[in-house]
Design a protein around this ligand. Structure first.
Ligand SMILES: [Zn+2]
Length: 179
């Protein structure tokens, strides 16, 4: 259980700032500067209940913010580089002219006995690059956000069946996703 350094409210959802835990209300006003943060917590709040009405509203705001962030993420905010087989158009992922190659790679991994090394070489990828493709949910039209997989707004270019078969084979061969 983390205790808010300002008001004493106890919750697992309290967040850390400068190594100190704060509740959803107090973190909003906590200064970034470590010296100011000391002064901030030196003036404590008599009892955490005083802030309860604000706290309720605050978690509502957090929820709204999260929703807005998810919406943004699902619209496909351009990252440094789109996954192989896609291009960005006006910030949205669309299939690249070579998109069929992705399916071919999935098929070939599934149906041939080529090692990951040989397949990577054959297709002109590094082994890590190939792994990135084979594990990528993007090809299912999904996006990964906040560690969770969500429905995306872009076109899938690999069928769920093919994708799942490939995941099974990866697991069977004990091939792990690399970071
Ligand atoms: Zn607090």
């Amino acid at each position: 259980m983390k205790t808010c350094s300002k008001c004493g409210y106890e919750s697992e959802e309290n967040q850390l700032k400068n190594g100190l835990a704060f509740c959803s209300v107090c973190i909003r006003f906590a200064p970034n500067n470590p010296e100011e943060i000391d002064r901030y917590i030196s003036e404590t709040i008599s009892s955490p209940e005083v802030l309860d009405p604000l706290r309720k509203f605050s978690s509502f705001i957090n929820f709204q913010q999260k929703k807005a962030m998810m919406k943004k993420a699902s619209q496909g905010i351009p990252q440094s580089r789109p996954p192989f087989g896609y291009v960005y158009e006006k910030g949205k992922l669309i299939p690249a002219p070579n998109y069929r190659e992705v399916e071919e790679i999935f098929e070939e991994f599934l149906n041939s006995n080529l090692s990951l090394n040989s397949l990577a070489k054959k297709r002109g990828f590094s082994v890590n690059g190939l792994k990135k493709i084979l594990f990528n949910f993007t090809y299912l039209g999904k996006i990964k956000f906040n560690g969770q997989v969500h429905e995306g707004n872009h076109q899938a270019i690999v069928s769920p069946t093919l994708f799942n078969h490939v995941q099974n084979k990866l697991e069977r061969l004990k091939i792990k996703k690399s970071n």
